[in-house]
Design a protein around this ligand. Structure first.
Ligand code: B12
Ligand code: SF4
Length: 365
């Protein structure tokens, strides 16, 4: 091929796929190979160490998770995408909080990101088919399939997995949500982003539950995000105080990350108002515990409609709110907690009694 031949063909298919991704409102898009690596192989060690806790879905299809070829035979390219979500309006992981504000992770209080992003990723998959000009297979996922999304995003140059295990983009930081499209179309691969954590260990030192057991390794059983969202069990007693005022997820290891502190990080264009849709409902920005503990299943359903908060279910959110109440020092919450200690759900009775034991009588606090 002569040196000019490449230019004569105009933009490559990969370039056009990426342009489509940006036109669909995605902030980052990159392509990588579907092969295995030290990172994909680490998954089985992580599972063997028991770090997945009760997330049976992590072990159920672990072979596919690290190897897209097993998930989609014939896959040639993994397209990874990222969408930045709004930074926290105000956060607190301080277990000695003054009992007024309660924390919901910054990704969760707006429209469910699965809905916002999966819709875009499906549109990208459809566009890939159209651009290919011949029959190709595509599989779009946003947390909806067994794929190590962070590992492939790092390989596709979207960022690197930090010591807190989050995918960090040099400009956007780690407050980003990920998706993938597997395809049997051959595309040009991007170069992986090198690790820029250096000697920093702010996330490891700040984690209140010591869930980051070593750099780049999270024991989910100790992570507040797991205990407040994924777990259906009792909150382990030794982790309750450290949960502080979080009632859904946790942002601490990201809030302390220097890569999330740049002043210009939020100035990303949002032509399709996707970030707008992820803006939290004001009721969940600093969810007031008196309000949360007053919710009934019916009012909870209304207050969480269309959000990712639904994942904890009513029982899980109340369990979390009772732990936060026990940490609040606010005796005026006692009558609301008593509703649960006198109730019929043994899990909530136990958490309510724990909270009551820690709170001063109303008026004495
Ligand atoms: C299970 C899960 C969780 C679990 C477990 C998290 C975890 N670290 O594994 C829990 C419930 C705790 C969780 C929490 C959160 N999650 Co989550 N979660 C997932 C899910 C479904 C699978 C993740 C997974 O595969 N874990 C398995 C472990 C082994 O993988 P990993 O931690 O990524 O580990 C890799 C590194 O350890 C790595 N590695 C890399 N370099 C090195 C170097 C060395 C030396 C070593 C030893 C290892 C190593 O190898 C591993 C891969 O095998 C993904 C969606 C998906 N399908 O990918 C979302 C996902 C990872 N979660 C996401 C989000 C937003 C969160 C939270 C920020 C939410 C919140 N604010 O509460 C927190 C972050 C907590 C944290 N520090 O990780 C986003 C990621 C955003 C980002 N920028 O990274 C994802 C991709 C969802 C999405 N589609 O956007 N999550
Ligand atoms: S999300 Fe919170 S609890 Fe989980 S590792 Fe990060 S700081 Fe620790």
């Amino acid at each position: 091929m002569s040196p000019g031949a490449e230019l004569d063909r105009g933009p490559t298919l990969t370039t056009r796929v990426k342009a489509l991704g940006h036109a669909l409102g995605l902030d980052r898009i990159g392509v990588s190979s579907p092969g295995e690596s030290a990172q994909t192989r680490f998954l089985s060690e992580w599972l063997d160490r028991g770090y997945a806790g009760g997330m049976a879905y992590m072990s159920a299809r672990s072979a596919e998770r690290g190897s897209p070829e097993r998930l989609m035979p014939g896959v040639k390219s993994v397209i990874s995408v990222a969408l930045a979500h709004p930074a926290p309006v105000e956060t607190s992981g301080d277990s000695a909080s003054n009992g007024t504000g309660r924390a919901v992770a910054s990704y969760a209080g707006g429209e469910d990101y699965h809905d916002v992003l999966l819709d875009r990723v499906r549109a990208l998959a459809a566009g890939v088919k159209a651009l290919a000009g011949h029959a190709v297979e595509t599989r779009p996922y946003v947390d909806t399939g067994p794929v190590l999304e962070r590992v492939f995003a790092a390989r596709a140059g979207l960022g690197w997995q930090g010591k807190n295990t989050c995918l960090i983009d040099r400009e956007l930081g780690s407050r980003i949500l990920l998706g993938v499209v597997l395809t049997d179309l051959e595309l040009d691969f991007d170069r992986a982003e090198p690790d820029h954590c250096g000697t920093c260990r702010a996330c490891i030192d700040a984690c209140p539950t010591d869930a980051l057991v070593e750099p780049y390794v999270l024991d989910a059983r100790r992570c507040i995000s797991y205990t407040t969202i994924e777990s259906r069990e009792s909150t382990p007693p030794d982790l309750r105080a450290a949960q502080g005022d979080w009632i859904f997820g946790c942002d601490i290891c990201q809030d302390v990350c220097p890569w999330n502190r740049k002043p210009d990080e939020k100035e990303q264009p949002d032509p399709l108002a996707l970030r707008e849709r992820l803006q939290p409902d004001p009721r969940w920005v600093r969810a007031e515990l008196h309000w949360v503990l007053s919710l009934t299943e019916e009012t909870w359903r209304e207050a969480t409609r269309g959000t990712a908060l639904r994942r904890a279910r009513f029982q899980g959110l109340m369990r979390n709110a009772l732990v936060a109440a026990g940490n609040s020092g606010d005796g005026s919450l006692r009558p609301l907690i008593a509703r649960f200690s006198g109730g019929e759900d043994p899990l909530l009775v136990e958490h309510a009694e724990w909270a009551l034991d820690r709170l001063p009588e109303a008026g004495l606090g």
